[in-house]
Design a protein around this ligand. Structure first.
Ligand code: ADP
Length: 223
């Protein structure tokens, strides 16, 4: 799915009596279907805020987000939630895995929630686990996983949901160089083949070299 950000501005109020602090200043870009974009920049530059706005978890002050011809930013919150569930997959640094379920179940649950049958959910989940080289961990409890393994389960879950857009915040932060290479190659290939647009917040050179476009944010502006 094609997406574009048009003239996004965002400021946060530090305290009730102070003026707003500009966090994003005139961010615009277009990402074609199946293409990938990295966003890097120092801590506090506005990267997570931008991902939150693109996914509808936060609102811009002005500016619009489009997915194909749909003006996403003008939807109501419940319409945004519905669209996000169907089309956007988020890979967080904190993985957000459910401790009471095993690896396979963690990947299947969002699919079942989306309305897929148990059989199809299992099939997609197994294939996604394969793509992050974790097939042998299907029945493992998520409590026993290392940070890097948990991160790969988070990526497999994003791939299995059949999203049109994947937004990932430092997805290789816990991985060694070889594993990072493998995962990013698979992620980029799968996204290209399935026309999934991919945005990754990362400082990792291995990641940056694999994506179509690299952008940097400094003080809320693309440079
Ligand atoms: P990055 O992801 O690049 O490290 P963030 O997008 O998390 O940066 O934050 C950008 C700036 O916005 C920071 O100065 C941060 O303190 C501020 N900020 C983020 N979220 C909020 C919020 N909910 N309220 C006030 N300030 C915020």
């Amino acid at each position: 799915m094609k997406m574009s950000c048009r003239n996004i501005f965002k400021s946060y109020q530090d305290s009730l009596d102070s003026v707003g602090r500009d966090v994003l200043r005139d961010i615009s870009f277009t990402l074609d279907s199946g293409n990938s974009l990295s966003i890097s920049g120092p801590s506090g530059a506005g990267k997570s805020t931008l991902l939150n706005i693109i996914s509808g978890l936060d609102d811009a002050d002005t500016g619009d987000i489009y997915f194909d011809n749909l003006c996403f930013s003008s939807l109501t919150n419940s319409e945004k939630t519905k669209f996000r569930l169907q089309n956007i997959s988020l890979v967080f640094q904190s993985f957000n895995l459910l401790k009471d379920f095993n690896v396979l179940e963690n990947i299947m649950l969002p699919l079942i929630y989306k309305g897929l049958s148990k059989k199809d959910s299992k099939e997609y989940a197994i294939s996604a686990l394969d793509s992050v080289d974790l097939s042998n961990f299907k029945l493992s409890s998520v409590n026993t996983l290392s940070g890097g393994e948990a991160q790969r389960v988070g990526i497999a879950r994003a791939l299995a949901t059949n999203a049109k857009i994947i937004l990932a915040d430092e997805p290789t932060g816990n991985l060694d160089k070889d594993t990072s290479n493998l995962i990013i190659n698979n992620l980029v290939d799968i996204c290209r083949e399935n026309k999934i647009s991919l945005i990754i917040v990362s400082h990792d050179d291995t990641v940056l070299s694999k994506l179509n476009t690299n952008r940097k944010i400094i003080d809320g502006k693309f440079i």
